[in-house]
Design a protein around this ligand. Structure first.
Ligand code: IPD
Length: 266
C-alpha cells in the first residue's frame, strides 16, 4: 500500500482503536498477571503483551515488510522505509489501578522521521492524531496549544522513570521548579501528557528518560500543534530530555531546566 502520511495514519487509527478496545475489555477483567521489568515499580500486565501482539499481527497482515519497535517485544526488522513505533499501553500503572489515563500510542516513521501518529486514551476514547505538515487534531478540531505566557503562570506536566536514582534526581529538579510555576502535574502517561500540551490542557511538559514509544506519536501531535519539542541546548528530543512547550513559554522553561540540571544525573 501507499506510504503517504495520510495512508499510514488511517491504518494507525484503525489499529489503535481495536487495540484500545482490547485494553479496555481486559481492564474489566481482574488483573492477576502482573510482572515487573526493569525495577520493582516498572510493571507489565498480560494486557500490555496481548495488545502489543494484536497490533504487531495486524500490522504484519496489512503492511508486511514494515518494521515494528514495540515496548514489550522489542524491534523487528524492516525490509523497507517504514517503521512503526508502539506503546501498547502507555500509563501501565494507571491501567493497573483503573485510573482513566492510559493510552495506545502508535506512530509511523519513514526513513527515521515520524510522519503520522495516533494516541488513543483507551479508558475515555479521546483520540489525538497528527501527520507531518498536516496539523494535530482531536475529534475534528485542530489543536494549537496554550496561549499562556510566563512560566509563573504555567501548569507543567512531567513524569518519572522507574530507576530509583533517576527518580531522586527528578525529585530534586521538581523541588527547584515548583516555586517558579503555577503547578506541576504527574498524570502517568507520557503520550497523553504530550497531547494535553498540544491542546492546552496543560501549558507544557517535560521529562527525562523517555523511550521512543513514549513520545513518537505524542511528540508529533505536540509539534504539529505548534509547540517546540526538543531536548536541551538545541539537542533533539530523546532520552536525555524532552521539552514540549508553546514558543512563548519554551525558553523560560528550557532555561529553568538547564539551571536545575534536569538532563543531568542518572
Ligand atoms: C511510562 C509513562 C509515565 C512516564 C514514564 C513511562 P509506561 O510509560 O508514560 O508517565 O513518566 O517515563 O515509562 O511504562 O506506562 O508505558
Amino acid at each position: 500500500g501507499a506510504s503517504t502520511p495520510d495512508a499510514l495514519l488511517e491504518i494507525a487509527v484503525r489499529i489503535a482503536r481495536e487495540a484500545a478496545g482490547t485494553a479496555r475489555r481486559m481492564r474489566a477483567e481482574a488483573i492477576t498477571d502482573v510482572r515487573t521489568k526493569s525495577t520493582d515499580t516498572d510493571v507489565v500486565t498480560a494486557a500490555d503483551r496481548a495488545v502489543e501482539r494484536q497490533v504487531v499481527d495486524a500490522l504484519a497482515a496489512e503492511r508486511p515488510g514494515d518494521g515494528v519497535l514495540g515496548e514489550e517485544y522489542g524491534a523487528s526488522d524492516s525490509a523497507g522505509a517504514v517503521r512503526w513505533i508502539l506503546d501498547p499501553i502507555d500509563g501501565t500503572v494507571n491501567y493497573l489501578y483503573g485510573l482513566p489515563q492510559y493510552a495506545v500510542s502508535l506512530a509511523a516513521e519513514v526513513d527515521g522521521v515520524v510522519v503520522a501518529g495516533v494516541v488513543r486514551n483507551a479508558a475515555t476514547g479521546e483520540e489525538w492524531t497528527a501527520t507531518l505538515g498536516g496539523g494535530a487534531w482531536r475529534d475534528g478540531r485542530r489543536l494549537s496549544g496554550s496561549v499562556r505566557t510566563g512560566l509563573d503562570q504555567a501548569l507543567v506536566a512531567t513524569g518519572f522513570g522507574y530507576d530509583p536514582a533517576r527518580r531522586a534526581h527528578q525529585g530534586a529538579v521538581l523541588a527547584g521548579l515548583i516555586t517558579r510555576v503555577r503547578d506541576i502535574r504527574r498524570l502517568g502517561a507520557a503520550a497523553i501528557d504530550l497531547c494535553l500540551a498540544a491542546e492546552g490542557g496543560v501549558d507544557a511538559y517535560f521529562e527525562k528518560g523517555l523511550n521512543p514509544w513514549d513520545h513518537a506519536a505524542g511528540g508529533l501531535v505536540a509539534a504539529e500543534a505548534g509547540l517546540r519539542v526538543s531536548g536541551l541546548g538545541g539537542a533533539a528530543a530523546g532520552g536525555d530530555m524532552l521539552v514540549a512547550a508553546p514558543p512563548a513559554l519554551f525558553d523560560a522553561l528550557h532555561d529553568a531546566l538547564v539551571e536545575l540540571d534536569a538532563a543531568g544525573g542518572p
